[in-house]
Design a protein around this ligand. Structure first.
Ligand SMILES: Nc1ncnc2c1ncn2[C@@H]1O[C@H](COP(=O)(O)OP(=O)(O)OP(=O)(O)O)[C@@H](O)[C@H]1O
Length: 219
């Protein structure tokens, strides 16, 4: 099992008000699986992805990636696990603004001890940014920024990819290109969990997991 999420709970508190963003979410994604995560705004998708990535600590439950525990580990251990096995593309962005797109991809590869200039070029063209490698994130449109973020997420060929709305703000042609890219990952035996409103992407997925009020819908 590449990704195991077991009984995750996450509560947020603002003054006296408590929001139960996750209320016992469990899921598994196996090698070669593309899973779409869908649910209305506020249902807990981003919270779930942040907990999986070890960027947020759940109040209960655990996350294992390739059999290694992500939850309740030191920041150093989580960073190592992320660098080696996890690609993430989050709404908050995963690009360094003082680095060009090419430099962002190169840095992500270096964190996983990889160096391959031809892979950088091929990644850029796969996400439709062959002409944008030397640009800085602030010089990109919303859709281009999303695709640059995806190129960074995929840079080190992660076993597990988590992505938050990768096809938001892209045109139909680019959406089709990204769907093809996810299918290629699937064929190569990697796992992807993708929060999406894209019907095309949901249709391509092996499974759809629906979140509602912090729970999976089939609970
Ligand atoms: N840092 C935070 N502090 C307080 N409440 C939060 C925080 N982050 C999220 N929430 C609340 O937790 C719930 C789940 O939010 P989350 O962002 O995970 O939903 P989502 O399904 O990703 O929504 P969207 O599709 O709009 O991005 C919402 O009620 C949200 O208001």
């Amino acid at each position: 099992m590449l990704l195991e999420v077991n009984e995750l709970y996450r509560f947020y508190h603002i003054e006296d008000e408590e929001t139960a963003a996750l209320r016992g979410v469990s899921l598994e994604v196996e090698a070669g699986e593309l899973v779409a995560l869908v649910g209305p705004s506020g249902s807990g998708k981003s919270t779930l992805l942040n907990c999986i990535a070890g960027l947020d600590e759940p109040d209960g439950g655990f996350v294992d990636i390739k059999g290694e525990r992500m939850t309740r580990r030191s920041e150093k251990a989580r960073a190592r696990l992320r660098a080696l096995h996890l690609g993430m593309m989050m709404q908050s962005g995963n690009l360094f603004f003082h680095l060009s797109v090419t430099e962002n991809i190169r840095l992500r590869m270096m964190l996983a001890d990889r160096r391959d200039e031809s892979r950088i070029r091929s990644l850029l063209s796969t996400v439709g940014l062959a002409h944008r490698g030397d640009n800085y994130p602030t010089q990109l449109s919303g859709g281009e920024t999303a695709r640059a973020g995806l190129a960074v997420a995929l840079a080190a060929e992660p076993s597990v990819l988590i992505a938050d709305e990768p096809t938001a703000e892209v045109d139909k042609h680019t959406e089709a290109m990204l769907v093809e890219l996810f299918e290629t990952r699937k064929a190569a035996g990697f796992a992807s969990l993708i929060a999406t409103h894209s019907e095309q992407l949901a249709r391509t997925a092996d499974r759809i997991i629906r979140l509602r009020d912090g729970r999976t819908d089939n609970d």
